[in-house]
Design a protein around this ligand. Structure first.
Ligand code: ADP
Length: 283
């Protein structure tokens, strides 16, 4: 065995509780670029707009996108002693490693360093009382998202997927990763489901419904679809997710529907007994 291999009997990390935080939800994806961060940010904003106390943690530590998506560039984080004060923006409390490192500096970390950084920003941020903490995980099913999923006591996970077959295949792996860890997959969101052109016609670019079929084949709930939408992309780039909800129209309707189906699903899951602590060890 080389020095870099973990011992065969390596124990999974023990989840550390976050006092005052009621529901911890991870948003994951089988691969990057499918809109995982977009869903995490807008779900958090939707929950906050519905009256919940919401925290949002950027766990996508190799490519943190919250400084751009929440409009945090140029705002230095504040601290009290060695405790970070979250950014209060769009009705949320948010923290991102992107605000703590130099912009454009590559984050080149081995797994244990990445886990350590994630644990620190999760545990050393003054979240206060929260109904939900939404965590944007790194994409994929590698060591970093896997270990991060075990560092906090998750209520459950949401998997974001685009409709194409290859995206579904990756999303299946993400679903299996959570299930192997004993984490409830609360549901699948199909992003970039379809496109409505200026002519008002719906264009089925990637194969609308593919992620929904995958969810039903895997016997997990389907939470909703989001269209390809230029305003959504613009609002993400402009750091203004609130605009997705305040501009009347299809986008606001889709996000409100997604927020509602997510809330109903979490409430039902918790009413039925909720999350059991994972007992499976993955070596
Ligand atoms: P991931 O977190 O999966 O890597 P992001 O959420 O960062 O993906 O999204 C990647 C890019 O695609 C971003 O520029 C985002 O604004 C854009 N995007 C995501 N979903 C949509 C959508 N439904 N319509 C238009 N643009 C989108």
């Amino acid at each position: 065995m080389t020095q870099n291999q973990p011992p065969q009997n390596a124990q999974p990390p023990q989840p550390a509780p976050l006092p005052g935080v009621d529901r911890i939800i991870a948003v994951g994806a089988g691969k990057g670029g499918v809109g995982k961060s977009t869903v995490a940010v807008n779900l958090a904003v939707g929950l906050a707009r519905a009256g919940a106390k919401v925290g949002l943690l950027d766990g996508d530590i190799y490519g943190p996108s919250f400084p751009t998506m929440l409009g945090l560039h140029g705002q230095p984080p504040k601290a009290r002693g060695n405790v970070l004060l979250p950014f209060e923006t769009h009705g949320l409390k948010a923290m991102t490693l992107g605000a703590l490192v130099e912009e454009e500096k590559p984050l080149i970390w081995r797994g244990p360093m990445a886990h350590g950084a994630f644990r620190q920003i999760a545990m050393q941020t003054e979240w206060g009382e929260l109904d939900y903490l939404i965590i944007d995980l790194p994409p994929g099913t590698g060591d970093v998202p896997l270990t991060m999923s075990q560092l906090l006591p998750l209520t459950g996970a949401v998997v974001v997927c685009t409709p194409q077959k290859v995206a579904q295949d990756d999303a299946r792996r993400a679903v299996r990763m959570f299930q192997t860890l004993g984490i409830e997959v609360l549901g699948v969101v199909e992003n970039m489901s379809y496109f409505i052109g200026d002519d008002g016609k719906e264009y089925d670019i990637f194969g609308k419904g593919g992620a929904q079929i995958m969810a039903s084949q895997m016997d997990i709930p389907f939470l909703g679809t989001l269209p390809i939408n230029t305003a959504l992309r613009h609002n993400c780039d402009a750091g203004d997710p609130t605009a997705n909800f305040t501009t009347q129209g299809q986008l606001a309707d889709e996000f409100n529907a997604l927020t509602q189906s997510f809330t109903t699903r979490v409430d039902d899951f918790l009413a039925a007994g909720g999350a059991q602590q994972p007992t499976i060890s993955v070596t």
